[in-house]
Design a protein around this ligand. Sequence first.
Ligand code: NAD
Length: 485
Amino acid sequence: MVQDFIDGKWLNSLGNTFFPVLNPANGKELAVCPMGTVADVDRAVQSASQAFEEWRQVPVVERVQYLFQLKTLLDANLEEIAKRITQEHGKTLAESRASVRRGIQMVETATGMPTFQMGEFSEDIARGIDCYSNRKPLGVFAGIAPFNFPAMVPFWFWPFAIASGNTFVLKPSERVPLTHQLIFELIEKVRLPKGVFNLVHGGKEVVDRLCTHPDVKGVCFVGSTPVARHVYTTATAQGKRVQALGGAKNFMVVLPDAVMDKAVATALESVIGCAGERCLAGSVIVCVGEDTYSEVSKRMVALASDISVGDGMDPRVQMGPVISKESKSRILSLISNSLKEGGELLLDGRQNVDQLPGYFLRPTVIGNVVESMEIAKEEVFGPVVLLAHAKTLDEAIQWINRSPYANTATLFTSSGAAARKFSAEAAPSMIGINIGVPAPMSFFSFGGTKDSFFGDIKVHGAEAVNFFTDKRTITQRWMADSSIW
Ligand code: NAD
């Protein structure tokens, strides 16, 4: 049974509607997720607000001890968490394991909070006057997560939030609530003081209340661009801090001097890894020069035809299903529209999937993609490789920079000068050079720009402390009566 975790206790949601949680590899129902209400949020925020008063006073070196304990438990339970992710999300076990490891790295980095939150000091800024800054936690933060990384994404936020002295309310995606049920069982074992970290399940009603509740000081969101924009405008209008990460359309550019076999294999993995359901997934592969296009398309079709598709629990499988029937039909419609708009079907991943019981597609490769096509503009979030032509690197960069999204972009080349130009001129905030998925590690910051990110301060790494604390500056002068010393 999917329950909320509030004030250190497992509680039934007060909601009386439920969302079916299906295994996308076979369509079977695993559980139902309660769709929480305003009242569920209110009791979680009340508990988090009360807990904040004591938690903020716990020395940071003590606060991070809970994270050290949790890291050990997460390591010990990694396999079980990974299986849970594969069951409810569909990605392969290897992909699930890697995503849990990334989540654990966030915990490891957040244990550095005693260093991250150190202040600054200047002596004698004027005669007899010293000045110092320090950081104070702000109160209750909320986290709202997407379906595509059931374990990892919430870890981008909450370890940094609580290590810096805040309390937290997390709402996972209603499509994948089971992974965090398991993670909260581990959190329960480390005996964080009650109310420091709470779990509430639900959908829009819960999100909207978190964005408007007067005691929530800040909101961390990851999901599609329309909802990211809604969360940002709603919560900032209420005076809250917000970091809202949205959707993406990621380009990869191949220059004639790229190491072709490695470039094509890396680009394919970027597009089809996690069945394309990654915000850093490559989508349009822009080939500079006709020879590059022919070489990339020939190699791409050969490699993509060989990918084994099936239930991610089977270790031989390289690509799992997409999340739902609706998601599959949306991808199928994008593919058929692209063919009407002049795309060339080089590999048809719609074939030979009917014998598989879940929401499967095989890798699809579409050639002759141009900027005006719907599929070249929309986020596909599925295993579809789009091949396009450009005459020059400048032309490719200009196309990338016209996209309303700006999450990530990659260049495949052997030229340092080309790499330098691309890193400087391409608009997305996360750039890969011969790297298909340039996901910053936990100790760097993560996040795009334009319609891929709404906010000012990026997530995780040392920058997290800026989002989760108020930096204060104290200017002091001591009036001395030295006659009494
Ligand atoms: P989504 O926007 O549908 O849902 C995200 C969260 O918002 C869920 O918790 C959901 O319950 C809630 N929600 C959904 N509709 C809502 C509404 N109308 N009002 C208020 N809340 C609502 O996204 P998704 O389909 O779960 O996730 C996929 C999307 O997330 C993709 O666009 C992907 O690019 C994006 N994503 C971005 C990043 C990034 O770093 N930029 C990372 C992961 C995923």
